[in-house]
Write a protein that binds this ligand. Structure first.
Ligand code: VAH
Length: 325
C-alpha cells in the first residue's frame, strides 16, 4: 500500500557515497523515471548517474520549489550534507547546508503535503558523555563536532515538523558506511573505505586513526535496506521518528586489516593519527538498535568478512576495468 503513495521521489546529494547507490536502488524498486537525482554538479559534466537528473543546491529555495513542482515530487530522500571531517574545517558551510538546507526541505515537504521525507542522521549525534558501549536509543546527545551539532539539531527540527505539522519525516542514525562505487565524501570513517582501495592499489595503507580505534560500521547494501525499509514501514508501528539507532558491525582497524589480509597476506598498515582521531574518540564503540529491530524489523546481512570479500572483489573488477578511483 505504502509503495503506491511514494510515486515521485527526489534524492538530494545524489552524487555522494549514499546517493549514488540509493538512486539506483530506488529506480529498481519504484521505476527509473520516478526517481529524480539532484546534486550540485552541472549535468553537462560527466555524470555517474543517469537522467532524470537536475542540478540543485538545497540552499536555493526557488530552484527547489521549481524542481519539486515540475516532477510532482511526493517523497524526498535528503542526503545533501557536509560530513564530519569537512565540517570541522568549514563549520559555517556545514551549519548552512546541514541546517538551512534541511529546513528548506522540510518547508517544501510541509507546503506540498508530501508523503515522506527521509533524513539520515548519524552516530555523530553522540558525544564524549554518551555511554560508549551498546549506546541506547534514548541517551545523552552532546556531540563536540559541528557535524554532530547539526545532526542533533536536525533530528530535533525533523521531530518538530512531525509533531507540529504531522509531516512524515523519518531517519536512521547511520554508522560509518563502507562502499566501493564512489569515493568517500569527507567523513571521519573514510579510512574504512580508503583502506580497501589502497590495499588493492598499493598493498599498503597509512591510517589517520589509531590501530585500536573501534567504530560502528555498516556495508552500503545494509544501509540502503535500512532507509528504504523505514520509509515503507507502517507509521503506526514507529515509536521514534528522528532518528532510529541502527547497527551492523563494530571493529577496530587491526581487525579490519586482518580481514583484508585473508585475501592480501602481504598487506600492511601504518598509523599516523591526525585531527580525525578526536572526532572518532567522541563516538561510541557499539550501538543498541533494539528499537529498530522491534519496530520495523531491522536486520543487517553483512558481517566483516562478507563485506571484505565483496569489497575486494568489486574493487579488483573496477581496477581491471580501469574505473577504480
Ligand atoms: C562521517 N561517514 O564520518 C560520516 C558518518 C558516523 C560517520 O556520519 O562524518
Amino acid at each position: 500500500m505504502v509503495e503506491k503513495s511514494m510515486k515521485s521521489i527526489l534524492v538530494t546529494g545524489a552524487l555522494g557515497q549514499i546517493g549514488s547507490e540509493l538512486v539506483a536502488e530506488l529506480r529498481t524498486k519504484y521505476g527509473h523515471d520516478n526517481v529524480i537525482a539532484t546534486d550540485l554538479r552541472d549535468p553537462r559534466e560527466t555524470l555517474s548517474v543517469e537522467p532524470p537528473y537536475e542540478q540543485l543546491d538545497v540552499l536555493d529555495r526557488n530552484r527547489l520549489w521549481e524542481v519539486s513542482k515540475r516532477y510532482g515530487i511526493d517523497t524526498i530522500y535528503h542526503l545533501a550534507a557536509i560530513l564530519s571531517a569537512v565540517g570541522e574545517k568549514k563549520p559555517d558551510l556545514a551549519w548552512d547546508v546541514n541546517m538551512r538546507g534541511l529546513k528548506n526541505i522540510l518547508d517544501l515537504g510541509m507546503e506540498r503535503n508530501m508523503t515522506r521525507i527521509m533524513v539520515p542522521s548519524s552516530i555523530a549525534v553522540f558525544g564524549p558523555t554518551t555511554p560508549v558501549d551498546d549506546t541506547p536509543q534514548e541517551t545523552l546527545l552532546r556531540p563536540n563536532s559541528m557535524y554532530g551539532v547539526t545532526k542533533v539539531a536536525g533530528e530535533l527540527l525533523c521531530d518538530y515538523y512531525w509533531s507540529k505539522y504531522k509531516l512524515d519525516v523519518r531517519g536512521v542514525r547511520y554508522p560509518g558506511l563502507i562502499s566501493y562505487k564512489t569515493p568517500p565524501g569527507g567523513g571521519t570513517t573514510d579510512y574504512a573505505v580508503a583502506i580497501y582501495v589502497d590495499a588493492i592499489k598499493k598493498g599498503r595503507y597509512t591510517c589517520f586513526v589509531r590501530e585500536d580505534t573501534v567504530l560502528p560500521m555498516m556495508y552500503m547494501p545494509d544501509a540502503l535496506k535500512a532507509i528504504i525499509d523505514l520509509a515503507e514501514a507502517d507509521g503506526e508501528t514507529l515509536r521514534y521518528r528522528n532518528a532510529y539507532n541502527i547497527a551492523a558491525l563494530s571493529f577496530d582497524v587491526a581487525q579490519l586489516a586482518e580481514s583484508i589480509q585473508r585475501h592480501i597476506p602481504e598487506f600492511e598498515v601504518r598509523y599516523e593519527p591526525d585531527f580525525h582521531q578526536a572526532i572518532a574518540d567522541s563516538w561510541p564503540n557499539t550501538i543498541d538498535d533494539t528499537a529498530a529491530r522491534d519496530d520495523w524489523h531491522w536486520q543487517p546481512n553483512f558481517d566483516l568478512d562478507a563485506m571484505t570479500d565483496d569489497m575486494l572483489a568489486n574493487l579488483r573488477r573496477m581496477q581491471d576495468e580501469g574505473t577504480l578511483y
